[in-house]
Design a protein around this ligand. Sequence first.
Ligand SMILES: O=C(O)CCC(=O)C(=O)O
Ligand SMILES: [Fe+2]
Length: 363
Amino acid sequence: MSPPAMANDGGIRESDEFQKGVKHLFENGVSKVPNKYILPVSDRPNVHKEQANVGESSLKLPLIDFAELHGPNRSRVLDSLSSACQEYGFFQVVNHGIPVEAIRSMIDVSGRFFGLPYEERAKYMSSDMTSPVRYGTSLNQIKDSVFCWRDFLKLVCNPLSDVLPRWPSSPMDFRDVAATYAKETKRLFLRMTEAILDSLGATTPETLKQFHDGSQLMVVNCFPPCPEPDLTLGMPPHSDYGFLTLLLQDEVQGLQIQHKGKWITVEPMPNSFIVNVGDHLEIFSNGRYKSVLHRVFVNPAKPRLSVASLHSLPFDCMVGPSPKLIDQQNPRRYKDTDFATFLEYISSCEPKKKNFLESMKLA
Ligand SMILES: O=C(O)CCC(=O)C(=O)O
Ligand SMILES: [Fe+2]
């Protein structure tokens, strides 16, 4: 027999309700954050206190004008790219060549997907980490002891023709829009990666080819308004495991990155992309470029949406420090790793900060 359903301070009577996600809680008029989502005091966002100190807590990321990368100023832009990856692990890209229409449509269709009735969204729930489509809540709803205030839709993007028929068929235009967006972001990723490899002096034809055939995962994140945003987070501090993440956020604040020991809010900039160094790039660069912790705070009034496109080498490929970046002065600092090891890691324990990357470091 299952244990009796427990009432709690959020007025939610069944713990199973939490498995349905935060959009569901919000639609049912939740008026207090249920205990399941309340973080220990030391992990709470403290956003309002930080923002009273505006000068320090709000940040314009280093700006990379992508068009300039292909002009006479390329080497200067590569230098800026290199400092951004070393100092912040993040930068913002403008003039990236992705049509505004593709960006707007992706945000719009994602919003409409999360606007579908719960039963329609729930068709895509799966505990299989390798499923081409996976709807869910929190980070890992099977393992997390405290849930975060986020629902997600994960879409494996390669090979596109194989996975597309498994993607949501509703809203009707979802597949078309998301496939166009996936192709556009892949193209930008490849051009971005050429520049990153160039900035490291680590370009080889084999590496470029591997990225060409590499993996892509899109994560659509939905953060509904939260009645008590100071008690919880949309996403706890984490680093991204791939090589590069191309992140699109709507106009609502939420993303914070850790910089010089402080949490700094990244101001949304319409139609631009935020790009961040993932664990695989930190490893590949032998520690030169940093995969930086980031988190998401929620707010009481506005829903927020973001789309992260995570790119790396093919799923079964080993990632290790580039031989071009290892020498006597710079000995190898990380072990080789692959996706399978990472998946095993996230399914076997609650992901905490940069533990995965830490476990890859050589003493
Ligand atoms: O919503 C955001 O701004 C960040 C999302 C994120 O960090 C992720 O999906 O890994
Ligand atoms: Fe992330």
